[in-house]
Design a protein around this ligand. Structure first.
Ligand code: ATP
Ligand code: MG
Length: 565
């Protein structure tokens, strides 16, 4: 392709609101243009890369017998009412009404549509298992669209769904998907980790997220060097090893603590360590209030609380609710004398005695409160986030890293087939709900994650598997006849074996080189002053090395550079 005929509106300056490196480079390299918050047009270079990522995704899906389909973006509300998600999906679902007053949603995901398709068309166990997938734009009215393509409101997703007669069959497809995802993310050049993740209210099931490692990532991954253990921090289990710091039990005492409203302030006031303080929190679980006790240096993990109670609805109580229940404001809450609500405590609270806790009276705390003697705990459990350096579930110290969720595989079980009545006839002729899995990849997010990992201060450095072009031919000065002629000739010859972008523009050499660095094609052939002698410069974008090469040795040089990438 001749660059004079291409559409690559590169920028010298990046807009201030582009916070992530990939967002900045996508804009600077002329790959995307914002249409509205979280919505972008993909310009030609981006589209070419997306095509390559999608081709890899298709190959790997088809290799495990995935069948491609395309479902409508617009989804009737009736199907979402059947699954119950018309209510529960909340504000992220983009809704609209047609001219007849019928309600629709712009698809954020397609469980409802696919379940209705399969229940109507596949009735026998003989037709199962089946895996269907599509690649399509999805819509989510994200609260905070940001980082360009990393969190958009309209984005490209590959979503796949599998239907099974048995759990074993689902296990097999889940394993196949896990392997296919590993292949896909390796092939596009991402450094990533599959991590154990939270399966939310569906519970009991199994799910992994595929996390591309990147500082900008919004998820924290817990991993260890001792094994291949890796989990999302929401899910990373804290295995309780008792470390009692029990001293002689002292008499309960109420102390006046003016202005003390935080655990740190109480620790400072009493001359104790933060981890010796016990925080009390009131949480609304479904329609019940409960109290949680957590040590001062720990944080309550709502995902674990949800899993413990088997519910999706867990919220911190509001100040008004707290005052109504305990008669005191947050900052002075504690378990002593509480009998209206149940008290749960993180396992590590058992390691302490003579606790410092709120007295349920503003500006007062108790010291020397003791479990069983002064208050009762209904149950101890793992209710908090793990800390870096603590022992993870594999027995090794946990390390933290930031990650971008590029994909997720999920055993759904019968959640949708039961609510939407998708049954099949088993080999005895009896109807049973289908067992399902669902599997997503953020295609546009993956494009951005690759840039996040593959760039330098001059621009993008494409992995060869998804580069928009293989070779960038640049004629330094097209007004010089010899240069122009040789560049034209090379473009024509190289096109036979490579995807070539040919910078034939009447621009200054500096502009062309800057643009080439930004766009990041792995190999550059520069036709300059030595054109008359049949000599050009071949440059490796990644290492910056350049070689003077005679015209007849160019292809060999390109091959030898590609062999190292
Ligand atoms: P997140 O936790 O980042 O909001 P999610 O877990 O809600 O994502 P899924 O429902 O698992 O997302 O969707 C499948 C994939 O789609 C994700 O793994 C991610 O790669 C991609 N994705 C989800 N939301 C967005 C978004 N707003 N912009 C771009 N890609 C997204
Ligand atoms: Mg997800």
């Amino acid at each position: 392709m001749k660059q004079s005929k291409m559409f690559i509106p590169t920028l010298r300056e990046v807009p201030n609101d582009a916070e992530s490196k990939s967002h900045q480079l996508l804009l600077k390299a002329g790959m995307i243009k914002q249409v509205a918050s979280g919505m972008y047009s993909y310009l030609p270079i981006a589209k070419r890369v997306l095509n390559k990522i999608e081709a890899i995704v298709r190959e790997e899906m088809e290799a495990i017998d995935g069948i491609e389909i395309l479902m409508p973006v617009l989804q009737p509300s009736e199907l979402w009412m059947e699954s119950g998600r018309w209510q529960s999906y909340g504000a992220e679902l983009m809704r609209m009404t047609d001219r007849h007053g019928r309600e629709f949603a712009l698809g954020p995901t397609h469980e409802e549509i696919i379940t209705s398709l399969v229940r109507d068309e596949l009735k026998s166990y003989k037709k199962l298992p089946i895996t269907l997938f599509q690649i399509q734009n999805k819509f989510r009215d994200e609260k905070r669209p940001r980082f360009g393509l990393l969190r958009g409101r309209e984005f490209i997703m590959k979503d796949a769904y599998s239907f099974h007669a048995t759990e074993e069959s689902l296990d097999k497809t889940y394993q196949d998907m896990y392997q296919a995802y590993t292949n896909i993310f390796n092939r596009v050049g991402l450094l990533f980790r599959p991590v154990i993740a939270d399966s939310g209210a569906i519970g009991g099931s199994h799910t992994h997220e595929f996390m591309a490692l990147a500082e900008i990532g919004e998820d924290t991954i817990c991993y260890t060097d001792g094994s291949d253990y890796a989990a999302n921090i929401e899910k990373a289990e804290v295995v309780y090893h008792a470390k009692p710091e029990h001293t002689e039990e002292k008499a309960l005492e109420k102390v006046h603590t003016p202005g003390v409203k935080t655990a740190q302030a109480l620790a400072d006031f009493l001359g104790k360590r933060l981890d010796e303080i016990v925080k009390s929190m009131i949480v609304k679980v479904d329609d019940q209030y409960v109290m949680f006790l957590i040590r001062g240096h720990h944080e309550l993990n709502d995902v674990k609380v949800k899993a413990y109670f088997g519910t999706e609805f867990v919220e911190m109580a509001t100040q008004d609710e707290i005052v109504a229940i305990l008669g005191a404001n947050p900052g002075s809450l504690g378990p002593v004398g509480v009998d209206k609500i149940e008290i749960y405590a993180d396992n590590s609270v058992q390691d302490l005695n003579n606790l410092a806790v709120g007295a349920n009276e503003d500006e007062y705390h108790y010291i020397n409160a003791n479990i069983a003697r002064d208050f009762n705990v209904k149950a101890f459990g793992d209710f908090r986030f793990i800390l870096e350096g603590e022992l993870a579930a594999d027995g090794h110290p946990v390390k933290f890293a930031e990650g971008i969720e590029v994909g997720q595989v999920f055993k759904l079980g019968t959640k949708y087939s039961e609510s939407m009545n998708a049954t099949f006839l088993n080999d005895q002729g009896r109807a049973e709900p289908m067992i399902m899995g669902c599997y997503g990849i953020g295609v546009s997010r993956t494009l951005s994650a690759v840039i996040e990992q593959h760039h330098d201060d001059k621009g993008i450095i494409w992995p060869t598997s998804i580069t928009p072009y293989d070779v960038h031919v640049i004629s330094v000065n097209p007004k010089q006849e010899a240069q122009q002629a040789l560049a034209d000739q090379l473009y024509t010859e190289l096109k036979a074996n490579y995807d070539v972008l040919y910078d034939d523009r009447n621009e200054r050499a500096g502009v062309k080189f800057n643009d080439a660095d930004l766009i990041g094609i792995p190999v550059r052939v520069v036709v300059g002053k030595q054109a008359a002698e049949g000599i050009v410069e071949v440059k490796n974008r990644k290492t910056g090395e350049s070689f003077e090469v005679s015209v007849d040795a160019i292809e060999e040089k390109i091959k030898s550079i590609y062999a190292t990438l």
